[in-house]
Write a protein that binds this ligand. Structure first.
Ligand SMILES: [Ca+2]
Length: 613
């Protein structure tokens, strides 16, 4: 189910996929199908207003105007992955949508081809949402270098505090301006340098291409070192259906070698093994030791954890992902010594990641719903062998559209911030996958995960703060809302409560009034406004995400004048910032003209404004 639209399938479809044994990233490769399904015609290209030209990216600029190759049908019992259309070309005139061929014979699910990634600057295309019909594509978002991760402050080397800003939901580039390709990644700090080691998905496929290594001293400026595992690393890796996921590295003190464990797969995720490598240097070259099933268990999503006492542990999803196994490693870290725990039998937890604070281990996992996000959970223990606490919810029911891969401790002079490092897979396709990093809040043994579209980390002190570039919202009040769902807390005030997990949602119990919808807000005082930002919902439901919008600023609630901004948002979950010519006013009015699926509903996780008194 290599398709973003899988996220929006009804529960019954997900259940069917689970019964079919479809675990995380365990969808069959598109080539495994015997016959293709119906051809989905690509939708018409939408036109978006282009942003500033993005940095050159081969995956975007190389794409011409033709659509991508259609995907073959999946194997029986599971829907095949949809073919991705080609990326839109840069400049005016985006690429045409590609046709896609979906759905294996008798598949329980049918994926669709998606349009190409947005082109830089020009018109862009996002097409073909459902197999068969191929809905008309909405305009793609422009890739704007200025919205990428913020560069570090210029005084990064002067000894002053290093303060960085993380921006979620956008592409992160390396120091050469290329997208960081390190998905399902792990991190290791060596001296003052962090290394980020993860999967290269630049070929837009789940199959193995390489494991990349990047280096940084501030966590936002990432230098590409090299592909530290490639098809040439070992003959066993050079198989067409090889799949390598979730590489994790720890340091072995006695041998002074870096040891990597990862998820080792073959065709249709049937191999379900662990792979072990080591290297004298963190950034390679790594030597292949072996692939095997630890304790004869199936082994998929994994993590490594090196403890204070030098012992190390490997945790991986076992038994078709239904159980999670914890192994202590041998003293050389190259094998398992013993299986010390089997956690949450038949609870389908995967994507494990561990951190430790004050003698307490925290194990974060996701559910097993393929590429779909779901409810992240965590548990605690004072020994890796357990007993482990019951699973507790972490974040909202979609992990804010992400899946855990690593819990990264940033130890500063004053405090330690643990970063929830997650993957936003398939946004909208595998090539478009993003990294979602959020600060974990640990209080006692309770962990909280809230969403921040942007947040700041003082790497020197180890303390983090929310992004402070938006206007404070404490004095905002509703002037008017045309519709709000009160039975399920879709109140309009949720649009500005600084909580991404709460929504303004138009009424859907009883009456379901149609578009357009609007919300009018009194800011409490006049501001010179120059930008607004719409944050779509980041939970499991897609309903009400705004497509067409108008935005007004006024000194009066009876004369709104003309809109300062109008347009159509890209159909994804990223925050939508819209800059407009400065206008003063105490009141703002946001109008939703349409929803991404054409429904009557409107939802809003958060509205933010940029301006000055
Ligand atoms: Ca909210």
């Amino acid at each position: 189910m290599n398709n973003r639209t899988a996220k929006f399938w009804p529960t019954t479809a997900l259940a069917a996929m689970l019964l079919a044994g479809c675990g995380s990233e365990s969808s069959p490769s598109p080539s495994s199908g015997s016959s293709g399904g119906a051809s989905g015609s690509g939708g018409a290209g939408g036109v978006s207003t282009g942003g500033t030209a993005g940095s050159a990216d081969a995956s975007v600029t190389d794409a011409g105007s033709s659509g991508g190759t259609a995907g073959a049908g999946g194997s029986a019992g599971k829907g095949g992955a949809g073919g991705s259309a080609g990326a839109a070309g840069s400049g005016a005139g985006g690429g045409a949508a590609g046709t896609s061929i979906d759905g294996g014979t008798g598949g329980t699910s049918v994926d669709a081809g998606r349009g190409g990634a947005a082109g830089s600057g020009g018109a862009s295309v996002d097409a073909g949402r459902d197999g068969g019909a191929g809905a008309s594509g909405a305009g793609g978002s422009s890739i704007d270098a200025s919205t990428d991760i913020a560069p570090p402050p210029n005084d990064v080397d002067t000894g002053a505090d290093t303060i960085v800003t993380f921006k979620n939901g956008v592409f992160w580039n390396d120091t050469q301006g290329k997208r960081i390709e390190a998905h399902g990644g792990g991190f290791i700090q060596v001296g003052k340098t962090w290394y980020w080691i993860g999967e290269d998905k630049s070929h837009n496929s789940g199959n193995f291409k390489g494991v990349n290594c990047y280096a940084s001293t501030d966590l936002v400026t990432w230098e590409f070192r090299r592909a530290i595992i490639t098809r040439q690393t070992a003959p066993e890796l050079d198989a067409a259906d090889r799949i390598i996921e979730r590489p994790k590295v720890i340091y072995h003190d006695a041998s002074q070698r870096y040891v990597m464990w990862l998820h080792w797969e073959g065709a249709s995720y049937a191999e379900a093994a662990a792979g072990v490598f080591s290297s004298a240097t963190v950034d390679g070259a790594y030597t292949f030791h072996k692939s095997f099933r630890p304790n004869n268990n199936m082994s998929r999503d994994d993590t490594l954890f090196k403890d204070d006492d030098g012992k190390a542990y490997f945790i991986s999803a076992a038994n078709e992902n239904a159980d999670l196994a914890v192994y202590e490693l041998t003293p050389d870290y190259l094998d398992i010594k013993s299986q010390i725990a089997t956690l949450w039998v038949s609870n389908w937890r995967e994507a494990p990641a561990v951190f430790k604070q004050n003698g307490v281990y925290y194990l974060v996992t996701s559910g097993a719903t393929g590429w779909d996000p779901n409810q992240a959970k965590y548990a605690t223990a004072t020994s890796m062998a357990g007993p482990w606490s019951a699973l507790q919810n972490l974040g909202n029911n979609f992990a804010f559209d992400s899946q855990s891969t690593f819990m990264l401790p940033v130890v500063g002079k004053e405090a330690t911030t643990y970063i929830f490092a997650g993957d936003r897979w398939q946004d909208p396709d595998l090539l478009g996958s993003k990294y979602i990093w959020l600060p974990l809040k640990v209080n006692g043994t309770t962990v909280t995960l809230d969403y921040y579209d942007q947040w700041k980390l003082n790497v020197t002190t180890g303390r983090w703060t929310p992004y402070d570039g938006f206007l404070p919202k404490a004095n905002w009040k509703i002037v008017y809302v045309d519709s709000e769902e009160t039975a399920n807390d879709g109140r309009a005030v949720n649009a500005f409560d600084d909580n991404a997990a709460t929504l303004w949602h138009t009424q859907y119990t009883g009456a379901k009034p149609g578009q357009p919808h609007e919300i009018q807000i009194d800011l409490g005082q006049a501001y010179r406004l120059r930008a607004m930002q719409y944050l779509p919902r980041l939970d499991k439901d897609p309903y009400g995400i705004v497509a067409g919008y108008d935005f007004y600023v006024s000194a009066s609630t009876t004369d709104w004048g003309t809109a300062v901004a109008s347009g159509t948002f890209a159909s994804d979950r990223s925050a939508k910032r819209v800059d407009f010519p400065e206008k003063s006013g105490r009141y703002i009015r946001f109008v939703s003209r349409s929803e991404i699926s054409g429904s009557a509903l409107t939802s809003m996780a958060e509205l933010d404004l940029v301006g000055a008194p």
